[in-house]
Design a protein around this ligand. Structure first.
Ligand code: PEP
Length: 250
């Protein structure tokens, strides 16, 4: 919408071994040139598969991204991976502040901000995730929560080239539950307005994608909501046919 090019991004989470390269191959085969002309398609495999996925997607419209990064470029941080390392492998995007990182790895909004800066430093596009819990929604605090996450997480001077926002209600991730189109429209409009406060006119260009139980069967309805510029897809991105079915919503 509003001239923003849709992004359909798959997040494989901690799933996939080398045999999963067949999924990339199938998406590559199934992605028609006319669809690839209209949308950006991204797959974020586990770090162990980034190099081989980049090779499998080489020469195709499919971009490959990371699921997480360390904010620093290098150093004594055993087990961590920097934006520079992801970029070196051919990754072009990286997910920042996914709710599972926030919940299980204690990531804070300040940490998300630092990681988003790291992504930009290395020339990656950071997909900054925000979203309320079930309890926060029930308390009527959803908008306050996601606006605060955005205000702290998004770096100053963010642009459409280095930043995508993903609205992912925690209670909709992996549950089969989704907000109503009306609720999604309300959150995305509110996020767009907050983005305008943060980065001015560039806010109109920055994509805000929706994530949480997006499937081929609901993609068309969810993707047609105003201010929804694509999808972040977990479970359904592991099956090429389902992922392609979601892409076909465009
Ligand atoms: C996600 O993890 O970003 C996600 C949206 O998961 P799912 O599609 O499985 O709900």
């Amino acid at each position: 919408s509003a001239g923003r090019r849709p992004l359909v991004a798959g997040n494989w989470k901690m799933n996939g071994t080398r045999s999963s390269l067949a999924v990339v191959e199938s998406v590559r085969q199934g992605l028609t040139p006319e669809l690839a002309e209209r949308i950006d398609v991204l797959i974020c495999p586990p770090s162990t598969l980034i190099a081989s996925c980049v090779a499998a997607a080489y020469g195709s419209p499919i971009a490959i991204g990371g699921q997480n990064l360390h904010a620093k470029p290098n150093g004594a941080f055993t087990g961590s991976i920097s934006a520079e390392m992801l970029s070196d492998l051919g990754a072009r995007y990286v997910i920042v502040g996914h709710s599972e990182r926030r919940a299980y790895h204690h990531e804070t909004d300040d940490g998300v901000h630092a990681k988003a800066l790291g992504a930009r430093r290395a020339g990656l596009c950071g997909i900054i995730c925000v979203g309320e819990t079930k309890e926060e929604r029930e308390q009527g605090r959803a908008l306050d929560i996601v606006r605060a996450q955005l205000a702290i997480g998004v770096p100053k001077g963010a642009t459409a080239a280095d930043t995508v926002i993903a609205y992912e209600p925690v209670w909709a991730i992996g549950t089969g539950l989704t907000p109503t189109p009306k609720d999604i429209a309300e959150v995305h409009a509110s996020l767009r307005e907050m983005l305008d406060k943060l980065v001015g006119a560039e806010a109109e260009k920055i994509r805000i994608v929706y994530g949480g139980s997006v499937k081929p069967g609901n993609a068309r309805e969810l993707m047609s909501v105003e201010n929804v510029d694509g999808a972040l897809v977990g479970g359904a991105s592991l099956v090429a046919e389902d992922f392609l079915g979601i892409c076909a919503a465009y």
